[in-house]
Design a binder for this molecule. Structure first.
Ligand SMILES: [Zn+2]
Length: 167
């Protein structure tokens, strides 16, 4: 079966992240358009994928540098689950996708782009969104600039906080 989580892998590898782990570096820099961090939780955070499969493709990442979900503590895993749910709600409110792929690639054979720091992908899907994939290889048409997507999703997460405060 062909994995849909392959296309950005080459891009990550070409960027040579061996010097440091971006998932360890980014949370300390706060919610930022530069790092594409959308939301910081207590033990995990949400950021946009710089090489998105579709507009709004984001990732939920534990703060701790662990390669496999088996190494996560129950509280970390629970917060990641809650952040996946919040991400789905934010994406639904912002982009009205017709479906989602939610999942984790573990290990090189599993297709992980950053294999030392596990992370969950949340990919909004629309019918026909993958029509161009096999033809153009690594090149992909993303209809919205990452900075704009970042801004909209930061706002969507903030809206959720506002709703929770009213309750
Ligand atoms: Zn890391």
């Amino acid at each position: 079966m062909k994995t849909i989580f392959a296309p950005w892998r080459m891009a990550y590898m070409n960027q040579g992240h061996s010097a440091g782990c971006i998932f360890c570096d980014h949370p300390g820099r706060g919610v930022s358009a530069e790092t594409l961090t959308i939301f910081l939780g207590e033990r995990a955070f949400v950021l946009l994928n710089r090489f998105p499969y579709t507009s709004g493709h984001l990732m939920v990442v534990p703060f701790r540098h662990v390669a496999t979900p088996v190494a996560l503590e129950p509280g970390e895993w629970a917060e990641m689950g809650a952040l996946v749910q919040r991400s789905v709600r934010a994406l639904e409110a912002t982009y009205r996708p017709q479906g989602f792929n939610i999942g984790m690639n573990v290990g090189r054979a599993g297709g992980a782009g950053i294999e030392d720091h596990c992370h969950m992908h949340v990919v909004p899907r629309w019918f026909g969104d993958n029509n161009f994939v096999p033809v153009v290889g690594d090149t992909r048409v993303i209809p919205e600039a990452l900075e704009v997507t970042h801004q909209r999703l930061v706002a969507a997460f903030a809206d959720q906080d506002a709703v929770e405060e009213v309750r």
